[in-house]
Design a binder for this molecule. Sequence first.
Ligand code: ZN
Length: 210
Amino acid sequence: MLDYSEQANWENGFGQIQSPINLSTNDNQHLADYLPIHADEFYQLNTEIDDHTTIRLLGMGNASIFERPYHFQQVHFHAPAEHVIDGQVNPIEIHLVHENDVGQTVVVALFPQLGNANPDIQNIINNFEGNHDHSVSLKIHHQINDFQTGFHYLGSLTTPPLTEGVEWIVINNSNLTVSQSQVDWFIQKFGKNNRACQPINQRNIQYYHK
Ligand SMILES: [Zn+2]
């Protein structure tokens, strides 16, 4: 089981392009456009896995990311968030992991803001608590569509084996909300499962916004 209090000692056989990182809307290469991403209206989630550090749900769905086709693979949660944006740590970060036919990975990160309880997340929590195995869907279209702003950079998985070459799309204008009690549920269940921000080094980070 992953021990986040020992994360400084996680074995990292890779190099200098690790994730997460600190992102700034001021420091990056600005592109006056929305992120070129679109997704199916729903991702169907099938198997819900307790990996003792988060909930991971496997599923199916399709997305076009930078006009390349990707298949949705799984979604999981980090609380508090891993990427820091303009110095702000969000309460939760959702990772939607996608892969294409030659095995390239794109993770789309979303940051729900504190507010009303999120019904999809509540379904996932209820399912988890009840040990039910019925399928859940995740309404995704309004989160990955023609009007998202955010960051695009090359990094790594944020859990061992910390594999590099992972492309990140970090959306900063999600209108998702999550309630404080939902955030508390994750932290109580799994402890804080956010990896600390890593050095940016020589990376180019693009910021798409209109
Ligand atoms: Zn993750």
